[in-house]
Design a protein around this ligand. Sequence first.
Ligand SMILES: C[S@@+](CC[C@H](N)C(=O)[O-])C[C@H]1O[C@@H](n2cnc3c(N)ncnc32)[C@H](O)[C@@H]1O
Length: 278
Amino acid sequence: MQSRHLRSERLRSPRLPLEERLADEARFIKRWLDNPKVTGAVSPSGRFLARAMASYVDPDADGPIIELGPGTGPVTEALLARGIAQERLILVEFDPSFCKLLAQRFPKARIVQGDAYRLAETLTPVLKEQAACIVSSLPLLTRPERGRLNLLRDAFGLMRQNAPFIQFTYGLTSPIPLTSRLSGLHFRAEALHSVWLNLPPARVWVYRAGQAPVLATDPRPSREDWLDRLKQRAMKKGRELQLEFEGRFEQPLRRAQRKRAPALALLRRLGDNGKGRR
Ligand SMILES: C[S@@+](CC[C@H](N)C(=O)[O-])C[C@H]1O[C@@H](n2cnc3c(N)ncnc32)[C@H](O)[C@@H]1O
C-alpha cells in the first residue's frame, strides 16, 4: 500500500529546477559551515527520503501537521505532494534565513522561528488544537539523550492519541534512546524504512506514545552493507549529475557550436584566401 502511495506521489511531486536545487545546496553548505551541529547535514534531503517521511503521514487525520527543522523545504514539498494543504502546516525552524525562504516558498503555511527542542514552549502559543502528527528532520544525534527524550515527551503532549512522531536518521540505530529508564517515558518505536537512494542513506523511525515493544519491520543493515550501498549510491548520483549537466550545458553548447560552424568556416576560408593573395 505504501509503495503505491510512493509511486503516485512520484508522479505528482514537482522537482525544483536545477538552478534552485543548486542554490539550496549552496545555502545548506553555508549554514553547515556556520553551525554544523544545528544544520546537521551538508545538503538537503533527497526526494526519496522526503517522500518516505511524508508517506507515514495520514492526510485524513484531524489537526495540524507540524514539521520540525524544515530547512529549505524538501520534506514540506513531499507533504504537499501527499495531498496535505499548506494551511495545515506548522513549520518550526531555528535558522532565520531558512525561515525567510520557507515563507516565500510556502506562503500559506505557518512558519515559527524558534527552538524545536523547547517544543511545548515554542508551540503552545501557536497551536489551537492537538496535532495530527509531527515530522522531524532535527539532527537529534548532536543532542544529549535527555534532550531527545524531553522532545519526544513534549511532542506526545501536543499530538492526538496514537499520533506518529516521524523522524529520520543517518545512524544505524534509533535516534531516540530506546530506554524509558532515563525519563519514565513509555513509547513504541518502529524502524520502518531504509532509504538507500539518499546520500547518505537514511532510515525513517516512527514513535508513538504508550506501553509497547520496539518493532523493526525493516531489518537493521550491517555496517559493510551500509558502506557498500553508500558507495554504489554515490557513484549513481555522480552519473546522474553528470548526465543532468550534459543535458543542460553541453548539448546547448554543441548546438551553438554547430550553428556557428558555417560562419567560422567562411571566416577561415576568407583568411586562407587572404594568405594566398599576399
Ligand atoms: C538535517 S537538516 C534537515 C532540513 C530539511 N528538513 C531536509 O530534510 O533537507 C536539520 C534542520 O533542522 C534545523 N534545526 C536544527 N536545530 C533546530 C532547533 N533547535 N529548532 C528548530 N530547527 C532546528 C536546522 O536549521 C536545519 O534546517
